[in-house]
Design a protein around this ligand. Structure first.
Ligand code: SF4
Ligand code: SF4
Length: 199
């Protein structure tokens, strides 16, 4: 999928110059500490992205959409649920623009606004992982995989990898406890003006 064929374009028209607005880049600066204005439009992020072949909008394009305040399209795009937070784009960016941090912020914003994920299983995984961090302070891979397969009804997905990972010590059925859970929970505290507990 690419920007031309993305279903998002069926719903949102391109912004005219007099419809652009810089409030989203300001919001990203305040909430993520990322200054979009430092982008040089060099495209190294898109060239290095590990998943750009399935993105409907490339990382460089996403930065430009933030600059012009194209929020609706950003919150509905498929790329939001395809980013694997590998940080390759950040490593390549000469301006150090933290795109995965922005993707995290936009995903949370889409969830808060009730915008459905284009890839529900990715959202399910995201929620299950955050839920574990909130409850235990860390992720137990074994519990996460079992829970994910059960809830996504893909009961035997990757089952053949389980024994291999277990014998290589990659799956610990009893993960170590986190001592200072209060510090972890603080990460989930709502921001001023936000209702309920942030995830
Ligand atoms: S963090 Fe996301 S946007 Fe950046 S390279 Fe990885 S998949 Fe692409
Ligand atoms: S690599 Fe950085 S500076 Fe270059 S286009 Fe991407 S975000 Fe902008």
């Amino acid at each position: 999928m690419n920007a031309t064929t993305s279903p998002v374009n069926q719903y949102f028209k391109a912004l005219q110059l007099d419809e652009t607005d810089s409030s989203l880049s300001q919001e990203i600066l305040e909430n993520c500490g990322v200054d979009i204005e430092r982008c040089l439009e060099c495209g190294k992020c898109s060239g290095g992205c590990s998943n750009t072949h399935i993105f409907d909008f490339t990382p460089r394009k996403i930065v430009q959409m933030i600059k012009i305040g194209d929020e609706k399209r950003l919150l509905h795009m498929d790329s939001l649920w395809c980013c694997v937070a590998c940080h390759l784009c950040v490593d390549r960016c000469p301006s150090g623009i933290d795109i995965p941090r922005i993707m995290d912020y936009l995903r949370e914003k889409a969830i808060t606004k009730g915008i459905p994920a284009t890839r529900p299983t990715v959202e399910l995984f995201h929620n299950l992982m955050l839920d574990q961090v909130h409850k235990k302070g860390r992720v137990s891979e074994l519990y996460l995989i079992l829970n994910y397969n059960l809830k996504s009804r893909q009961y035997l997905k990757n089952a053949e990898l389980g024994p291999q990972m277990f014998f290589k010590g990659k799956l610990n059925p009893i993960p170590a406890r986190v001592k200072k859970m209060d510090q972890v929970r603080r990460l989930f505290r709502p921001k001023p003006g936000q209702k309920g507990e942030a995830r």
